[in-house]
Design a protein around this ligand. Structure first.
Ligand code: ADP
Ligand code: MG
Ligand code: MG
Length: 827
């Protein structure tokens, strides 16, 4: 097996073997872009390392030949003090996992070689700066030492000199830092080959660090892939003011605007830009400072974007006016940018509408349904940072990722406030509505990760003083404590005190264009779950083609209605029950009529009463007494009824069509209400299309009892109203027995359709309680992959499409996501 590849031996299609970074380095070299020479150790070798489990490099791995090739290419020698070759040792998985794994830079230095660099270049500051970077990174990444004592060394010297920036440190300062670093960790190996071995092992190990594992589980990346390791000659951005490093995007990753975009830092190296150490400068300033380098970079980004057919994220370093390309990949972008870029690329003729549709992360499209700040809202501006990831969010401020997670678990909206974020903050960012950082630019960790998650983020709010110890955020004269409310706008970078009114972004033209592509080719109909006229209107506005599930019981929870329902339930005789049902029929008919009106011309599936009756009854003494008073019965009657209906396991209890079997009059009332509402609308010149669905069926026999009663009640009501209407009757598959006897059930006389009710069906097939599974289902999702609300979940929609279903029905705000997913499934 070939374990080590030179750049001219690989290409962009070898991501599985060489990692995304390695494969793209090969491709850029092939395109004759200036890439420092490198060799790449395969992902298979990483797996071999884990399999052998010796903690040492796989026995068969040998990179001496390739290291020699690097030396020949650069005219430098690894470990040689006069012409030292320094390398970076970089991680790179088949799928992008930005910043999650480890990289060691400037490897190949020791005391003697540092002296050699000083003697040959005369640049003492550069030599010690590079050495301290190496000692720091090697101690951190390879030897897993705490970073803080190292940072304190630098802070102490800066404080003593009264300076703030790395740039202001002089050669003698870095020399002192190096000496103190060596005291902190005297054990960094001085043999460059030993360093190389250690760093490669550390990169292998970093595949299984906590944050990498967590990132993979969030993003569905298999644990079995492993990481490749790129060993690459260093380009130096920290030699002098004709050097620097930067990150660029071929289009704006936040807004999608087709404009070359990025940041750089002069006389800086490695991760200085992303780490948020200094606030970087926009590329426009690089165009002023180094016009030729800028022009060259501009040319490459254009070339790469065209070549890959997608927006590119580029890392580069400038060494003495020479540009080096260190990485390119398809750039992460916000939901908003993904839509704008897709639409623009279709307009530019780069992509077909179908290709562009497949680029849309359907799951993130709820961004467009989430609000942006209402321009007319009253607001108090208290701070300003960079517009790092668009959208607007309001929440209570918290200062640690753990606090964010804990509060979110309590159902609270929070804004995570940090000096800067690191990969250890991911779970907190995921839990928060938005992220606010004091440091860092548009390409900082916080910005990149927030954009990937579709979370709004304001970064680089430099006026913010964030104190994690006292949990306070100071912005000018505003001193905020933990749990004070702020609103942040990631599209403008603004921070406001308290809550600010927001509005939907659904009318976005580009978003509408994407929806149209999907609608043009999808075969699945997208219906919605809606119980009120308001929900129906919202869903229709978002493109729902009808209601797939209207839960009729939701019409009985309003105070004046629940008392009619309760009176009906505690009735002691049928006659009494019928009277109360009459009252209920009036409410129900009115509500159904409004819903049918909102969905006029589109199908509306009314589901008959589903929950167990005791869910409607009161349980406190006072409430029971008050019910007894209202219906004019002794308290004991109410109490007995409550006790009688109490269930140990209500989900499997007296509910759904079982109610219809025992109390046919309830079902008849509902059927009449539906028919009379439809008849009334028809009389008013509308086009009502109601359907009736019987829930929780387990056997065809239940339907043979119930369906004729519904038919009789409907036709009686229509006859009375003197209207003709077809009201199909169907049923819901939510029990395993119903599914395995589906042919018989659907074959029942009078049954015209069926629908899978995935919430109950999931619970009954798996034997999970949907109310309790939350306590353990997370572990399943991490390891197995189960979907939530299926109707609006992209993968499930794809599955339903492949099975040839007619429709899916989902909650109103999932409708656009379902439309796009159905389009993607058909593309
Ligand atoms: P990540 O996956 O976290 O982006 P990288 O391997 O890309 O890690 O390394 C991070 C940064 O280190 C790069 O963006 C670049 O600035 C710097 N770097 C890596 N290799 C080199 C090199 N050969 N020369 C100069 N800088 C390098
Ligand atoms: Mg990188
Ligand atoms: Mg159900």
């Amino acid at each position: 097996t070939k374990r080590v590849y030179l750049l001219n031996e690989g290409n962009k299609d070898m991501k599985m073997l060489l990692g995304g970074k390695g494969a793209n380095l090969c491709e850029m070299a092939k395109l004759e872009l200036p890439v420092p020479p490198a060799f790449i150790i395969t992902t298979e070798t990483c797996l071999e390392y884990f399999k052998e489990g010796t903690g040492d490099l796989p026995k068969a791995l040998d990179y001496e030949v390739q290291l020699k090739a690097l030396e020949d290419d650069t005219g430098k020698k690894f470990g040689d003090p006069t012409t030292p070759l320094l390398v970076s040792v970089r991680s790179g998985a088949p799928a992008s996992m930005p910043g999650m794994m480890d990289t060691v830079l400037n490897l190949g230095l020791n005391d003697e070689i540092v002296q050699g660099i000083i003697d040959t270049t005369g640049n003492e500051r550069f030599a010690y700066d590079t050495y301290r970077r190496f000692l720091n990174m090697y101690s951190d990444v390879v030897m897993e030492m705490d970073k803080e004592p190292f940072e304190e060394v630098i802070d102490k010297i800066k404080k003593k000199k009264g300076i703030k920036l790395d740039l202001e440190m002089e050669a003698s300062d870095w020399k002192q830092v190096v000496a103190e670093f060596k005291n902190l960790n005297p054990n960094v190996p001085m043999d460059p080959r030993e360093q190389l071995r250690g760093a490669i092992l550390a990169v292998f190990r970093s595949w299984n660090n906590d944050r990498a594992i967590r990132y993979r589980s969030y993003n569905g990346i298999p644990d079995a892939w492993g990481t490749a390791v790129s060993v690459q000659a260093m380009a130096y951005g920290n030699m002098n003011d004709a050097c620097g490093t930067g990150v660029a995007f071929s289009r704006n990753p936040s807004t999608g605007e087709n404009k070359f975009f990025g940041e750089f830092l002069a006389n800086a190296a490695g991760e200085d830009v992303v780490a948020g150490i200094r606030t970087p400068q926009p590329l426009e300033e690089m165009a002023q400072k180094w016009p030729e380098v800028y022009a060259e970079l501009f040319k490459y980004q254009e070339q790469l974007e065209k070549y890959y057919g997608d927006m590119q994220d580029i890392e580069f370093t400038v060494e003495n006016g020479r540009l080096y390309m260190l990485q390119c990949r398809n750039g992460k972008r916000t939901a908003k940018a993904s839509v704008k870029i897709a639409v623009d690329m279709v307009k530019e003729g780069t992509l077909s509408a179908q290709e562009a549709l497949l680029r849309i992360p359907a799951n993130q499209m709820d961004f467009f349904l989430h609000p942006t700040l209402d321009p007319k809202a009253k607001k108090t501006l208290i701070g300003e940072g960079l517009p790092a990831s668009p959208g607007a969010a309001t929440g209570k401020i918290v200062f640690t990722p753990d606090d964010a997670e804990a509060m979110a678990n309590l159902g609270q909206d929070v804004i995570l406030v940090r000096k800067e974020t690191t990969p250890e903050d991911i779970h907190g960012m995921k839990s928060a509505q938005g992220v606010l950082t004091a440091l860092g630019g548009m390409t900082s960790h916080a910005a990149v990760v927030a954009r990937g998650m579709g979370k709004c983020c304001v970064s680089g709010c430099t006026a913010a003083e964030v104190d994690v110890k006292t949990k306070t955020l100071t912005l000018g004269e505003n001193k905020l404590k933990e749990h004070d409310v702020v609103t942040i706008d990631g599209s403008t970078g603004e921070v406001y005190l308290g809550t600010v009114d927001r509005r939907s972004a659904a009318e976005d033209e580009d978003f509408q264009a994407v929806l149209k592509w999907a609608d043009d080719i999808r075969e699945l109909k997208i219906l919605t779950n809606a119980d009120t006229p308001e929900q129906a209107a919202t869903a229709r506005g978002l493109g729902a083609q009808g209601i797939g599930l209207c839960r009729s019981e939701h019409m009985f929870f309003a105070p004046e209605r629940i008392s009619a329902m309760r009176a009906m339930i505690v009735s002691e005789r049928k006659k009494e029950r019928l009277e109360h049902l009459e009252t209920m029929a009036a409410f129900q008919s009115e509500d159904i009529s409004s819903i049918l009106k909102e969905m006029d011309g589109l199908p509306v599936t009314m589901r008959l009463l589903d929950p167990p009756l005791h869910e409607f009854l009161p349980h406190s003494h006072e409430e029971m007494q008050s019910l007894a008073d209202t219906v004019g019965k002794p308290l004991s009657v109410v109490k007995d009824r409550v006790a009688q209906l109490q269930e140990v396991n209500p989900m499997l209890g007296f509910r759904g069509c079982r109610l219809s079997v025992v109390y046919p009059e309830i079902t008849e009332m509902q059927a009449r209400a539906i028919a009379s509402a439809a008849a009334a609308n028809k009389k008013a010149g509308l086009d009502p299309k109601p359907e009736i669905m019987v829930p929780v069926v387990s056997t065809a026999k239940e339907l043979r009892l119930i369906v004729p009663r519904i038919e009789a009640a409907v036709s009686d009501e229509l006859r009375k109203a003197n209207e003709e209407l077809d009201i199909p009757i169907g049923t819901m598959m939510e029990l395993p027995r119903a599914c395995v006897t589906a042919d018989e059930i659907v074959g029942t006389e009078g049954v015209e359709f069926m629908s899978f009710g995935t919430n109950d069906l999931t619970q009954s097939v798996w034997g999970f309680s949907r109310d309790d599974a939350i306590k353990f289902i997370g572990r399943y999702q991490e390891q197995v992959g189960i979907c939530g609300e299926h109707g609006g979940e992209p993968k499930s929609v794809g599955f339903f499409h492949s099975l040839g279903f007619d429709y899916v029905s989902c909650s109103p705000f999932r409708v656009p996501i379902a439309r796009i997913s159905a389009g993607q499934a058909a593309a």
